[in-house]
Design a protein around this ligand. Structure first.
Ligand SMILES: [Ca+2]
Ligand SMILES: [Ca+2]
Ligand SMILES: [Ca+2]
Length: 482
């Protein structure tokens, strides 16, 4: 009896011995308190040893690190790892930057958040290594990565996910407002590699440029029966390089029996050594559902087939699938759909309102993929409130400006001289967002809740209705999907 009481007391002390907030600095060697910060691995160890939720605050600075890890063997509560200011974790090509693995203990209902950190120069090798910059593995925990940057990370010898690798059985994955540049894999996924067998994966407002992988140069996303949303991202100059067999220069999606909403992305100047220069979608199940709306997929190239978009529905010579496919209000030059005749005859293919025009970027040569004022894709998107159309564009500016959503990741702001005082206030907000794009929208940490979009002055009653209806519909949809 007494033993048990002591044990319980010990457990209580263990779980309460450390504050929920742990502080890290470059020279820290203390107890992780605010006045006496510690090093990052010490803080991660403390967080992993306590049952309570922990937030690790990392002070500004460039940290030289090697194979940091958070691997609790107890149900260690939520973990948030947050850079305060400008935080760079640089592995100097000596190993992985950081691994988070909660699969060794019950992680049901837990939340993992990584925010405002640059992962640089990670390097891992070998088929089971995975994730040069950041690797996260959970069974049931939800994962959010936001406002992060992944630069110059590498995986070799069949490892996957040079920049970011995330794998979960049922958890949701939310990757947003992050940047991937110059990450390289010789197998899957240069930029990011995300898999949730049953959960919801949302990839939104990311900039993915100049990454390479054998398959999925910019990134790859996979589900068995879950849902994948790819919203308002830029994929440019990424390459799928597998010898004679590359798939998905910009993005590779492996859908199986799940569904994917690919909406308002700009996919350009990507290339593949074989199929799907811009985006390649594998739909290996008759129940797969593909919704492509409001995307620019233009100026991509593939050495064999599907320069801009390739939909693969043929697993072998004998196995062919008929997924549901809606392709509406996009701007692309060339698409290839495998098994198209059968899909069409089953009435499962819908294509309408698509354009095939030069989208007129501001300066494609210097990498400015904003739309110029005279772009033919302005206002040509589908604004239907039943779609999960993003509330903001890649700049943080409000969607639904002018006479409809623009195609691609950029919404061109309306500078309407007839709008006066109110409009002026809105412009200030937009300028603030632009000037600190790395810190925009702090309000959406767990992937739920929308928020963030203020009711902006609109130019027509129809638009006003959409502004009101859209967040409500999005909210209801999310509620229903829980
Ligand atoms: Ca903990
Ligand atoms: Ca518009
Ligand atoms: Ca814009």
């Amino acid at each position: 009896m007494r033993k048990k009481a002591v044990a319980l007391l010990g457990l209580a002390l263990l779980s309460r011995a450390f504050a929920s907030d742990l502080y890290v600095s470059q020279t820290g060697s203390g107890d992780c308190s605010q006045n006496n910060p510690c090093d990052l691995q010490t803080a991660l160890n403390q967080a992993a040893a306590t049952l309570d939720n922990d937030t690790v605050h990392i002070a500004s600075g460039i940290y030289t690190v090697n194979s940091l890890s958070y691997k609790p063997t107890i149900s260690a509560g939520n973990i948030s790892i947050i850079g305060e200011g400008n935080v760079v974790l640089d592995a100097n090509s000596q190993g992985r930057v950081l691994e988070i693995d909660t699969s060794g203990a019950n992680d049901d209902g837990l939340e993992i958040l990584v925010e405002n950190i640059t992962f640089r120069n990670g390097l891992v090798s070998g088929g089971n290594a995975k994730g040069g910059g950041l690797k996260i593995k959970t069974r049931y925990a939800n994962i959010t990565v936001k406002n992060c940057s992944f630069e110059n990370n590498t995986v070799t010898q069949d490892a996957d996910g040079a920049g970011l690798y995330v794998s979960t059985e049922t958890g949701n994955i939310n990757l947003e407002h992050s940047t991937f540049k110059n990450n390289n894999s010789d197998d899957y996924s240069g930029g990011f590699d995300l898999t949730s067998n049953e959960g919801r994966i949302i990839v939104s407002h990311n900039t993915v440029i100049n990454n390479s992988g054998g398959y999925g140069g910019g990134g790859s996303v996979e589900t068995s029966i879950g849902r994948i949303d790819i919203l308002n991202n830029i994929f440019a100059k990424n390459r799928a390089t597998a010898l004679g067999n590359g798939r998905g220069g910009g993005l590779l999606i492996n859908l199986n029996a799940g569904e994917t909403y690919i909406i308002n992305n700009t996919i350009t100047k990507n290339s593949s050594s074989a199929y799907g220069g811009g985006i390649h979608i594998k739909a290996f199940d008759n129940n797969g559902k593909i919704y492509l709306y409001n995307n620019i997929a233009y100026f991509n190239s593939a050495d064999k087939n599907g320069d801009d978009i390739y939909i693969e529905a043929e697993k072998s010579d004998t196995e062919k699938y008929t997924p549901t496919i809606n392709i509406e209000n996009n701007d692309y030059h060339y698409i290839y759909i495998e098994n198209e005749t059968a899909i069409t005859s089953e009435n499962k293919l819908k294509e309408q309102n698509n354009l095939s025009v030069d989208p007129a970027f501001v300066d494609i040569e210097s990498g400015d993929y904003h739309l110029s004022q005279n772009s033919p894709v302005i206002d040509k998107g589908d604004s239907s409130p039943i779609l999960p159309i993003p509330e903001t564009d890649i700049d943080g500016e409000s969607r639904l400006q002018g006479n409809g959503v623009d195609i691609g990741a950029d919404e061109v702001p309306i500078t309407d001289s007839s709008d006066q005082n109110n409009q002026g206030e809105q412009d200030n907000d937009i300028t603030d967002n632009n000037s600190q794009d790395n810190k925009a929208s702090n309000n959406n940490t767990s992937g739920g809740g929308g928020g963030g979009c203020s009711l902006t002055p609109s130019t027509s009653p129809a638009n006003a209705l959409l502004y009101l209806a859209l967040p409500m519909v999005l909210f209801l949809r999310r509620l229903l999907r829980r």
